[in-house]
Design a binder for this molecule. Structure first.
Ligand code: PLP
Length: 466
């Protein structure tokens, strides 16, 4: 298998195309764009049908193979997949729970840090380690987290000797459990940086550092936030998995995805482009509703970030939306123009034809804070299932869709214990908290707190790399 002809291009038109091996280690393209495959590989219907008899790992092999080339032979890909999912606490990897005949939860939180980011990050750790050993190289990983990415990245790389990892998080703006998943990891190659600012400020710092191309080269800097293509690629798998287990005939299907950086839901859009029968993708937002507003009016306008009960999607800058816009327009000059508008004017305006095209595949609804609490409570009372605030956003948003669907699949992106204070105060129960998390709360923490200043962060990185 493998696909030597598939190349990756920048959304902003940079001339040089990359191969799989390089796209994994590049963050942003030199022109500031994101890498995307030139075309979407398709899986034929028989292959997709056969998934109902396959394990998650086997489905992953089928879905990922078309994106990789000869630098990663089939046998090695299989080994990487098996290692990546060996730390999950459920043999189905992403099991499904049923709320009623229409509503299902796709549980994406059975990895080591209890959120869906593990699905990709466990894989990427193994994948990069494979290439680094082969190339005899060393990398410095740099990422920003709104809470869950960083923990998953640290877990994915803590044992990888050929790497150091630097993770920025917004100081005091993530939950205690989220923070402790990162700061209690003992490995020497892990550095946590708390930035006195928002998640968007952290992302801007990362983007600035990566835009210093010389520095990036000199330090072998690598990104693992959701702009990294491998992240998206791994997330395509569970859409195929979900329908292999739930779809029998021609049911109308909607996935509802609590959305921040637009990586997770983009993976669903790609699954659809690869041939999976998805009718609609619902962009579920909390009160940071920039994407909901964009679909309504075409006006993509930044506001200040609001802290909510679902902090992992407290975002205004939704980086992967650029990949969708490129795929829909195939016009890198246009993308460059609107992204400059976003940077300079804090907004851009999409034409009706573009928003119409988006709305062929996507809808979007926003969920308020009080609705989140009510949904957590109702789901507990009616189904005896404890959901986290992000899953509640996904569920509440799906309930606002006017069209009728046979299968409404909500991506359950985090274990409720990751937001235990919010959840336990709503349901007055703490029995859902696993002992692993209880124990972790008492471990020592290691982190450095820095002002919101690119140079300070860069200096810290310089001082702590070879
Ligand atoms: C990261 C995250 C999201 C949002 O995913 P994006 O790919 O950034 O849209 C949703 N829920 C949880 C729990 C997350 O950690």
């Amino acid at each position: 298998m493998g696909n030597d002809s598939l190349k990756y291009i920048s959304t902003r038109g940079y001339q040089e195309k990359l191969e799989f091996h390089d796209v994994i280690f590049e963050g942003l393209a030199p022109d500031g764009g994101l890498y995307i495959p030139e075309t979407w590989p398709r899986l034929d219907n028989d292959t997709i049908k056969s998934f109902n008899k396959k394990t998650y790992q086997e489905i992953a092999f089928n879905v990922i193979s078309p994106y990789v080339d000869k630098s990663l032979p089939s046998k090695s890909l299989k080994t990487i997949i098996n290692k990546a999912y060996s730390e999950f606490d459920n043999s189905e990897i992403t099991p499904i729970s049923k709320l009623n005949d229409n509503y299902y939860l796709l549980e994406l939180y059975h990895g080591p840090t209890f959120a869906f980011k593990d699905v990709a990050m466990q894989f990427i750790g193994q994948l990069m380690s494979y290439y680094l050993n082969q190339d005899n190289k060393y990398i410095n990983i740099l990422g920003a987290t709104s809470g869950d990415t960083g923990a998953a990245a640290i877990e994915g790389f803590k044992d990888i000797k050929s790497s150091k990892i630097f993770i920025l998080h917004p100081y005091n703006k993530i939950s205690e459990v989220q923070r402790k998943f990162m700061t209690t990891v003992k490995s020497d190659n892990v550095h946590n940086i708390a930035v006195k600012g928002s998640f968007d400020d952290c992302q801007i710092i990362i983007k600035e550092i990566f835009s210093d191309y010389e520095y990036k080269k000199q330090k072998n800097l690598t990104a693992v936030n959701s702009i990294n293509w491998a992240r998206i690629m791994c997330q395509i798998v569970y859409y195929f998995y979900a329908l292999s287990r739930l779809k029998n005939n021609n049911e109308k299907v909607i996935f509802s995805v609590p959305t921040g950086n637009f990586g997770d839901i983009l993976a669903g859009y790609i699954a659809k482009n690869m041939g999976l029968a998805i009718d609609m993708l619902n962009i579920a937002t909390n009160e940071n509703d920039i994407l909901t507003r964009t679909l309504e009016s075409g006006s993509h306008k930044l506001k200040s970030v609001k802290s909510t009960l679902s902090p992992s999607i407290d975002i205004q800058i939704s980086s992967n939306f650029e990949r969708l816009l490129y795929d829909i327009t195939k016009n890198s000059e246009y993308i460059t123009t609107i992204m400059n508008d976003l940077k300079n004017l804090n907004s851009y305006q999409l034409s009706n034809s573009i928003t119409d095209k988006i709305k062929e595949s996507f809808c979007s609804h926003t969920v308020t804070e009080s609705e989140v609490k009510m949904l957590i409570k109702d789901t507990y009372n009616q189904h005896n299932i404890v959901i986290d605030p992000h899953t509640a956003v996904g569920l509440g948003s799906a309930k606002k869709c006017k069209n009728i669907y046979d299968l409404i699949i909500v991506l359950s992106t985090a274990h409720p214990a990751k937001f235990k204070d919010t959840v336990s105060s709503v349901i007055n129960d703490i029995s859902f908290i696993p002992t692993k998390i209880e124990k972790m709360m008492n471990f020592d923490e290691k982190l450095i707190i820095l002002d919101n200043d690119v140079q300070l962060v860069k200096n810290f990185i310089t001082d702590n790399t070879v």
